[in-house]
Design a protein around this ligand. Structure first.
Ligand code: ZN
Ligand code: ZN
Length: 349
């Protein structure tokens, strides 16, 4: 485990130019991380020795790493009930969602990851508990991400910019993108939403002003008519300003003239100024583990990496520890994650 931490730390220093003292664990931190390490079973994370933040050892398996009894979920996350809390009171409609943005209010918390790995929450928590590890799952149920903070504004901004297209985006932004913006743009976590029709559906449910940017599937009648009209179209001077700069629709999809008019109107009326709702969660969140209050960022990142490795999350770029020990190069990052059209089967509701 020490070797793994050294490799992980060196990799992070290489990728992010951080300082060694921010990455390498101290002697005392090793014992804390080891406690997590030893309880990450092949199929299940179930912390039998947890005794902080009000967690109680059950008498049967007290202080033992091995237990004979079936693990049981005893803790959950409770509401903080502060009006400013975006988990207790999300600032968007939940009408089309099956669950709250964060799923474990009031239910004994277990989580099954997309690859089948399970975790049972190790202590009680509220919305304000710090030093937690959580998982974000896309509504398509195909990909997940383990992390500490979620920046909804980046996710929503990136979907918006994808729909508007590069040229139109440059037109509505007054300044050049910051370094942070560029870094977020490259994150798989945010990139995925622009290729995922389930995420786009959630985006449209909350932001119906963006429907004109969704190309429609061509019917056979459309195709025949288009063939006839093609000559006419080429001869006609182009009357649209912004609609010409939206991304080219996938094969078999197109924008109607009515949509193109609506797109031009969207820019003329500056609807982009008040939309989209940047607080919308494009992922479903669940807490999977809680660290002691005093745990440092280096500890949290390493425990996160243990989770990332066991759960094989597709949207994490950093933290797959098996890449350091495997003799084969697992090229899981280059596999195409989705090939279906992002605008397929969207419903106006
Ligand atoms: Zn709350
Ligand atoms: Zn998805």
């Amino acid at each position: 485990m020490i070797k793994l931490n050294q490799l992980f730390a060196a990799n992070r220093i290489h990728c992010f130019s951080t300082r060694p003292d921010q990455e390498y664990l101290s002697e005392e931190e090793y014992s804390l991380v080891l406690e997590f390490f030893l309880q990450m079973d092949f199929h299940l994370f179930y912390m039998k020795t947890c005794s902080y933040r009000g967690a109680q050892l059950s008498i049967l398996d007290e202080k033992s790493l091995f237990c004979l009894s079936e693990p049981e979920a005893r803790y959950d996350m409770s509401r903080c009930h502060q009006l400013s809390c975006c988990l207790c009171y999300p600032s968007y409609k939940l009408a089309y969602r099956q669950q709250q943005p964060i799923i474990q209010f009031g239910s004994h918390q277990q989580h099954t990851f997309i690859n089948g790995y399970r975790s049972i929450l190790n202590c009680p928590a509220t919305c304000t508990t710090r030093n937690i590890i959580y998982v974000l799952t896309c509504p398509c149920q195909q990909v997940d991400y383990i992390g500490e903070t979620n920046h909804q504004q980046h996710g929503n901004r990136i979907v918006q910019e994808f729909l508007l297209g590069k040229k139109n985006t440059a037109h509505i932004r007054n300044e050049l993108p910051s370094f942070e913006t560029l870094v977020k743009n490259d994150m798989k976590l945010y990139q995925h939403s622009t290729h995922c029709s389930s995420a786009i559906q959630w985006f449209l449910d909350e932001n119906p002003h963006y429907w004109p940017f969704i190309p429609r599937k061509l019917t056979e009648a459309d195709e025949q008519r288009e063939e006839k009209e093609l000559v006419y179209y080429i001869a006609e001077p182009d009357s649209f300003t912004y609609a010409n700069d939206v991304p080219t629709p996938p094969n078999g999809y197109r924008f109607s003239d009515e949509q193109k008019n609506a797109i031009d109107q969207f820019f003329r009326e500056k609807i982009y100024l008040n939309t989209p709702n940047l607080h919308l969660d494009l992922y479903q969140a669940a807490i999977v583990a809680i660290l002691p209050e005093y745990a440092t960022a280096a500890v949290r990142r390493f425990v996160e990496a243990l989770f990332i490795t066991h759960t094989e999350t597709k949207l994490n770029t950093i933290g797959h520890l098996d890449q350091f020990v495997s003799t084969h190069t697992t090229n899981q990052t280059s596999a195409p994650m989705e090939c279906e059209e992002w605008c397929r089967n969207l419903v106006r509701r």
